[in-house]
Structures are given as structure tokens and as C-alpha cells.
Design a protein around this ligand. Sequence first.
Ligand code: NAP
Length: 456
Amino acid sequence: MNLVRICDACTQEEVNKVMDAAKVAQKAWARTPLWKRAELLHKAAAILKEHKTPIAECLVKEIAKPAKDAVSEVVRSGDLVSYTAEEGVRILGEGKLLVSDSFPGNERNKYCLSSKVPLGVVLAIPPFNYPVNLAVSKIGPALIAGNSLVLKPPTQGAVAALHMVHCFHLAGFPKGLISCVTGKGSEIGDFLTMHPGVNCISFTGGDTGIAISKKAGMVPLQMELGGKDACIVLEDADLDLVAANIVKGGFSYSGQRCTAVKVVLIMEAVADTVVEKVNAKLAKLKVGPPEDDSDITPVVTESSANFIEGLVMDAKEKGATFCQEYRREGNLIWPLLLDHVRPDMRIAWEEPFGPVLPVIRINSVEEGIHHCNASNFGLQGCVFTRDINKAIMISDAMESGTVQINSAPARGPDHFPFQGLKDSGIGSQGITNSINMMTKVKSTVINLPSPSYTMG
Ligand code: NAP
């Protein structure tokens, strides 16, 4: 399948104009009452949901997302925007009053009033795999907090993202307040991320985020990057549940999810049974075009398919067991489970972002935890066991931002905190955390001529 490319690349002059407009619009927006900001967000959420069919069609054509998942992405995005409006009204409607006499040496003659104020212009850069959802997860919090927003959509997914932004304009958000800058990240990325008009960068994607964080200036950064989410399976686990979660977690949207299961670390005693169960399920997956609602669809680019193939060939040369025959037609790769993977194989550590999953057999829990923690990534992980005490201790030992007990890793629900350790990110997302991250605390201190004690 060939992906649509109809967006022009913005020039540097156009970017400058967008940044100027965003700065002006933000000043007016910050003076807009919070309840009105929330009202507009609710309106945008409703319009977004009304437009779910054409936006989902863009997702199917542009990024080969299975049709049903494409619709869910848009609906989930509408819900996220509404929830953000509600959460914003509550958390931004509250400030703090501090009194001075709690700190040694002070009397109560100072009152500190602190509240959250916007940062200014937020630059949002989402990845190709959720061009709508991972854009609104930045747009909603930025706008409710009184910021303006410049979106650099992924090149693949740009049409869906433009349509989504149009829904915000239809709701009545002024154009300068939320703008889209199209163009390849490799060409306009540096100009955007180092632009003096940007006051905050919220990025989701791969290693590019590490490079951006080294170049960006004195601005708050929210980075949600790659992962190599480990699935640790103990002997006492419910093996049917394990198999179902490995297939769903590892192969949904052809493995192109940041929180896909990317390595299975399984106790030798139950490995044969689980591998057999997973293989039986993989045989039932429908492979084909996204329009037919296939489970496995073409990966996003030829270079992605080549990269995945490189990992597969490396594993083959080094002796991994292929549970299925490796099959590829263009960008379409059939689901493949690789058993008996060892740590000297690239696929034990690298993120394929495709329907290819390595299984490493372990002889102790410690071995599994050691593999998980030796990774540069630390996004999510999961553990399957019926022993809740063991599960909690393993979760504590795993160096990842979130650990799921008895379920595959997942980003949602969207109000849960979501964060990566090590090379997987900076800061935390989730609706509340994103709103807080896109604000700054501002204080006003009232100095009384003499100490004053209530009822004193
Ligand atoms: P990517 O190549 O890093 O691209 C992400 C975004 O950055 C795209 O919009 C891209 O634009 C833009 N970009 C590229 N070069 C840039 C530069 N120099 N400066 C500024 N922006 C630049 O990632 P991807 O291939 O789209 O997505 C896959 C990766 O994202 C995987 O590693 C996955 O694990 C990760 N991911 C993480 C999360 C999370 O929440 N942790 C969620 C989803 C995905 P172009 O499209 O124009 O290149």
C-alpha cells in the first residue's frame, strides 16, 4: 500500500509567522476565563467525534491502521479532550496559600498566594502511530492551561492531524491559537525545536527525542520515547491469559505501539506450553490491508520493514527458533514469534516496531529482571503470576515507568500517569500530569507590617 503525501512543507518564514501569531493569540487566550476555555474544549471534543469517520479513513490510508482501531483512536481522543476540560477546571481552579511561620525563625507576617500560570507557546510533536490521539493528549492540556499550541504532525498521519485541528477551529478556537506546521521533521525539526518563540516542547517518538533534548534551550521538556517492554512470565501464571496478552500486546497494530510487548522473558518450565498457545493464536490472525480490518497490516514505511527484516536475519544467523516461516510482501510482514532468543541477538534489545516478537527462556525471576533492567529503555513492563506478593516485588525491581500485573502494557486509560525511565523519556504524561507540566507556579507574597494570627 502506498501512503498519501499531500502536505506541503512549511518554509522557515511561514514557521516564524505561525510562532508570532501563537504568541499574540496566547496573550488573549490567557485572559479567557477558565470555564470558557473548558466550554470550547468540550465543543471541540464533540465535533471531533462527529468527524470520526473521515478522520479514521485518513488513518487507514495514511498509516495503515486497521479500520476499527482508527475509529477508536478518534473517539478516544474526543473523550480525552472532554476529560481534560473537566480536570483542568478543577486543578487550575485551585491555588495555594502558605503562611511564613512554619519555617524556623519566621513569624506569621507573610502570606504566599501561589497559582498555576501558562508557559506561553507549546510545541507538540507526536509520532506516526497515533497522530490524532498523541496530538490531542498535548493540545488539550496546553489549551486548558492557557497556552497556545503549534503542532508539527508526523509526515505520515499529517492529513488526519490537519483534519483533527480543523475540528478545533470549527469549535471556535482562534486560528493563531492552534496551528499546524507541516514538513519533514528531518528538514524543519531543528528550526522548530530551537525556535526562540517556543516555551515548552512535548514530544513523542523515538531516539529523535534524545537529540531534541540536547539541542532545546531553557524550556520544559516532556519526552515520551521508545520502549522495549518486557513481559515476565512465572510458572504459576494463568497461561491462557498470558498467551492472549502476548498476542494482543505484541501484535496489535502490527507491533507498532510504544507499549507493545517487545520481549517475552518466560520461565523454562512453562515456555513450551505458552509458545504453543501463542502460535495457535497467531495462526488465526488476519493479515492484509487495513480497509479489511486485518489484524496485521503493512508497517509504515519500506525502511521500517527493512529494519525489522535486519533484526530477523540477525536472529536467524545466530540460531533463534522461527515458530513461523518468515514472510514479507512489500511492507507487509506476517506475524513471527522467535523462540530461544539469546542476549547476543540484536532483537533481544532493539525495538522492531513490527509484528516480530522474541522469546527469551529464563531459569529464575532474577534473570528476567536483570534482562529488563539492562535495557536502555524503561517505558513499561508486565508480570504474569497468581502470587500478588511476588508481583509487587518484581514490579518494584523492574526499572520501568509502569508495570502491569497480569495484563500487557498499555498507555491508557488516558488519565493514568504515563512515563518512561532512562532513554524512554523525561517527565510524565497522563491528563493531570500534562496539565501541570504545561504550567508554571507563580507566587504573590503579601507582607504584613506585623505578624497576624487567626483568632490570635
Ligand atoms: P520519530 O521518527 O522519532 O518521529 C516522531 C516525530 O518527530 C514525527 O512527527 C517526526 O516527523 C518528528 N521528527 C523527526 N525528526 C525530527 C527532528 N529532527 N526534530 C523534530 N521533530 C522531528 O518516531 P516515529 O517513527 O514517528 O514513532 C515511532 C517511535 O515512537 C517508536 O520508537 C515508539 O516507541 C515511539 N513512541 C513512543 C510513545 C510513548 O508515549 N513513549 C508513543 C508512541 C510512539 P516526521 O514524521 O516528519 O519525520
